[in-house]
Design a protein around this ligand. Structure first.
Ligand SMILES: Cc1ncc(COP(=O)(O)O)c(C=O)c1O
Length: 386
């Protein structure tokens, strides 16, 4: 949980700066030096994009991105069958139909499956990088061929890249989360980035009840052209974000270094199948993924790690929140999933996820911690290979 590990004096100093300037109550769309604006400007600079818009969460960010892309009632939106449920909830909230498809060995959208899922109603494809890049060239090509909007929900992958391009900047719009499990942490928070002026305006409008923020007009006179909600980021949150953003390079460097060291220590374990990458150098670094033989072995592995004080991250312990086959409270409201045994609809994804282990790689990790984690993995591996 990289950013969350470092919350401390620097964040407090930014909040103090806010209070000293008596800005905490001010509304950031008026004139003035607002911290959220400062955060947006710096984030855009770091990401190398024209526009960044700060919002209240990663869920809000993908909701704004989808709305700005014009996703609406009846549209189909293709998404991976392995993701936290937030982007699927956002698609559903807009009245569109989420269409989860199988992952490939990179644990991301399989471009061939995407191609197969395209219909005349498909509007967009949401790539969800899980700490590493999907096969972005192929996904972009499918979108280009079928005139679909490529959206990146890069909540889990701030700092990751694909062939030298930062994730979140490859699609027409990209979104991020700053919750406790992400590269940067602000309590709750999110960001949307794009190079497209119209997309940016629509994101900003959706996050603020549809206010068009026209220059020279008082807020109460702002016209509207689309619906919105209140997804604004507070000044307090932005202050924490500024301090966190200043540490992003360090966070990424250390996570990557720790992951490399740990992976080197366990690379000889033949019982572990490490995930395949579309660009391993571009991985964000705070998560190590490997598969074991079957579900039983994965659950046993998890227990053996826990016994040695090492927890897992998402898989296997939070499997149900991240797999389309478990979204029984949401998918059956659409005709195409009603009455179906969801668990059977994505067999390849299920087969892979069931036997996968994800491990968090902290920023604050000593040599001893790395050794302890490696030993716990070797112990757990020895128990499943008996
Ligand atoms: C892919 C993805 N999108 C969106 C979110 C939601 O972010 P938040 O918790 O900030 O709302 C998450 C959270 O884990 C996520 O993994």
């Amino acid at each position: 949980m990289p950013g969350a590990e470092l919350i401390g004096h620097e964040e407090l100093a930014e909040i103090q700066r806010l209070f000293d300037a008596r800005h905490v109550n001010l509304y950031r769309y008026g004139p003035g030096n607002f911290t959220a604006r400062e955060l947006e400007a710096r984030f855009a600079e770091v990401m190398g994009v024209r526009y960044a818009h700060a919002v209240s969460s990663g869920t809000a960010a993908i909701h704004c991105a989808l709305a700005a892309a014009g996703v609406g009632p009846g549209d189909e939106v293709i998404i991976t069958a392995w993701t936290f449920i937030a982007p699927v909830e956002a698609i559903s909230a807009l009245g569109a139909v989420p269409v989860p498809v199988e992952i490939d060995e990179t644990y991301h959208l399989d471009p061939q499956e995407v191609e197969r899922a395209v219909t005349g109603r498909t509007k967009a494809v949401v790539a969800v990088p899980m700490w590493a890049p999907p096969r972005m060239d192929e996904l972009a090509e499918v979108c280009r061929r079928h005139e679909l909007v490529l959206i990146e929900d890069a909540a889990q992958a701030l700092g990751a890249s694909y062939k030298g391009r930062k994730l979140g900047t490859i699609g027409r719009v990209g979104s991020f989360s700053f919750d406790a499990g992400k590269t940067l942490h602000t309590g709750e928070g999110g960001m949307v980035i794009t190079d497209d002026r119209d997309m940016y305006d629509r994101v900003a409008e959706f996050s603020d009840h549809g206010h068009m923020h026209l220059e020279g007009l008082p807020r109460g006179k702002d016209p509207r052209r689309a619906r919105g909600l209140n997804y604004r980021m507070s000044e307090l949150t932005a202050a924490v974000g500024l301090a966190q953003l200043g540490r992003m390079d360090m966070i990424l460097e250390r996570s990557r270094q720790h992951k490399r060291q740990l992976k080197d220590r366990i690379a000889h374990l033949e019982e572990l199948s490490f995930r395949v990458f579309s660009d391993e150098d571009g991985a964000q670094g705070d998560t190590l993924i490997f598969a074991v033989e079957n579900r039983e072995a994965a659950l046993r592995f998890e227990q053996d790690l826990l016994e040695r004080g090492i927890g897992t991250k998402i898989l296997p312990e939070a499997f149900e929140w991240h797999f389309a086959g478990a979204w029984e409270h949401l998918l059956p409201c659409y005709d195409r999933y009603r009455g179906k045994d969801l668990k059977r609809l994505w067999p390849k994804t299920l087969g892979l996820l069931e036997r996968t282990i994800c491990l968090n790689i902290p920023v604050l990790m000593s040599e001893e911690d790395i050794e302890k984690t490696a030993e716990a993995i070797m112990y757990a591996t020895s128990r499943i290979s008996r």
